[in-house]
Design a protein around this ligand. Structure first.
Ligand SMILES: Cc1cc2nc3c(=O)[nH]c(=O)nc-3n(C[C@H](O)[C@H](O)[C@H](O)COP(=O)(O)OP(=O)(O)OC[C@H]3O[C@@H](n4cnc5c(N)ncnc54)[C@H](O)[C@@H]3O)c2cc1C
Length: 384
């Protein structure tokens, strides 16, 4: 019997598999497809990412450095309604892209805030680290059932070789926003699932600002320069709110033709409990994401580290320690993230006033909204 069976080999699942194997546990991890595929993520992360990777990862995965974000109250197609400079409207009339570096309300640091990375490569890198640590990572293995017993869990696993039953002392559900493990363990769903869409323009762009458009209902649209990998355009909103039409508007507003479109779900709002008798959730399955950006790579891996530190597969009461530890670390950030997100739905004049008053140099850490109240941030505001 394995100590841990991990379902899903995204960043949190691979991170947990690696760290648990390093602790000497017997770990098996199942990934239903090929690790990293299909892509449904921007791979825009704080520079903390490099604390979770191997020594040469940056050379392999880095695409671009980002110093700040320009916020736009409206979308690219809504001419003149967002307080943009008149030069933007002129460009629009001339048929070119409506936004450039002069538009929007900038929030920035003097240093690198975040990196844009190859997300497929990241997943493969993290899975390789798990394998190197001794975890048995099996691709093209889909978990279709989980049965919890007093002393073990039994997983039904389908692969090209057939169907097998695998026993472990504990199961980690790291199988994403529509987690099968979560359903099998009878755990509640996240508060909300947003619908995110992406598309790519292959034209290289190495500028160091992302653009954020508060044009989607209750969330936003974005433009991320990815260096030689081109430019990514994306949008997320509650499902059914015309996400695809809004995405078309974003594309036509910028005057670009996008390729390699993809989409995915973004869970927001963790359920009350992410642990059961012999199971626990990690990453998007547990909605360990930032409510104001949807980013989950770093929160999920942070939670995976708490799981390794707290959970003893021979002693199920330690699951409560995991539940406490990750919430102690991230709950306040998530609560504040919900509050920040509310600003996306404020009336436009209020948004303009707020963005105008707060824009400029910032001292905030992009994963830690509580750093809004840091000495660094207060100094930035008082001196701007
Ligand atoms: C459009 C979009 C853009 C995003 N941009 C960013 C960003 O820029 N930065 C950021 O930090 N986050 C971003 N995110 C969020 C980020 O992608 C997730 O938070 C992150 O992928 C969570 O990892 P995960 O492993 O929990 O889930 P996933 O990445 O969904 O991985 C789950 C894995 O489990 C596997 N799996 C599922 N079911 C089974 C099964 N039954 N058996 C075996 N394997 C299974 C899947 O194949 C998958 O590999 C974005 C999300 C979307 C949708």
């Amino acid at each position: 019997m394995h100590d841990f069976a991990v379902v899903g080999c995204g960043p949190p699942g691979a991170r947990f598999a690696r760290r648990a194997a390093e602790e000497g546990y017997d770990v098996v991890a199942f990934e239903k497809g090929r690790v990293g595929e299909p892509l449904a993520c921007s791979g825009h992360v704080s520079t903390d990412i490099w604390e979770f990777t191997g020594p040469d990862a940056r050379d392999e995965l880095f695409q671009n450095r980002i110093r700040g974000a320009r916020f736009h109250v409206a979308g690219a197609a809504e001419n003149g309604s967002d307080g943009r400079s008149s030069s933007a409207d002129e460009r629009a009339r001339e048929g070119g892209p409506q936004f450039d570096a002069d538009d929007g309300y900038p929030f920035y640091k003097d240093e690198t805030v975040s990196n844009v990375i190859d997300r497929v490569g990241l997943d493969r890198h993290l899975a390789d680290l798990a394998r190197d640590a001794g975890a048995d990572v099996r691709e093209r293995h889909t978990v279709t059932g989980v049965d919890e017993h007093e002393d073990r869990v039994e997983l039904t696993v389908k692969s090209p070789e057939g169907t097998e039953t695998v026993a472990a002392k504990m199961v980690a559900g790291a199988d994403g926003p529509r987690s099968r493990v979560r359903d099998e363990l009878g755990l509640a769903e996240p508060g909300e699932l947003l619908h995110g869409v992406l598309g790519f323009d292959p034209e290289p762009d190495g500028q160091d600002f992302v653009d954020v458009h508060l044009s989607a209902p209750r969330f936003f649209a974005w433009r991320i320069p990815r260096g030689d990998a081109g430019v990514e355009y994306g949008l997320a909103a509650p499902p059914g709110d015309g996400v695809r039409d809004l995405f078309e508007e974003l594309q036509s507003g910028y005057g670009v033709e996008l390729e390699n479109r993809c989409s995915g779900a973004i869970p927001v709002g963790p359920p009350e409990t992410v642990t059961s008798r012999r199971g626990f959730l990690l990453g998007d399955a547990a909605a360990q994401t930032k409510p104001f950006t949807g980013g989950g790579i770093l929160y999920g891996m942070t939670a995976a580290d708490h799981a390794v530190e707290q959970i003893d597969p021979d002693w199920p009461p330690t699951l409560a320690d995991y539940e406490r530890a990750w919430r102690d670390d991230l709950s306040q950030e998530i609560r504040l993230g919900h509050l920040l997100r509310r600003a996306y739905s404020l009336p436009e004049p209020v948004q303009r006033l707020g963005l105008g008053a707060l824009s400029g140099e910032i001292g905030v850490h992009m994963d830690r909204p509580t750093s809004l109240f840091s000495r660094e941030q207060l100094t930035a505001w008082l001196t701007s």
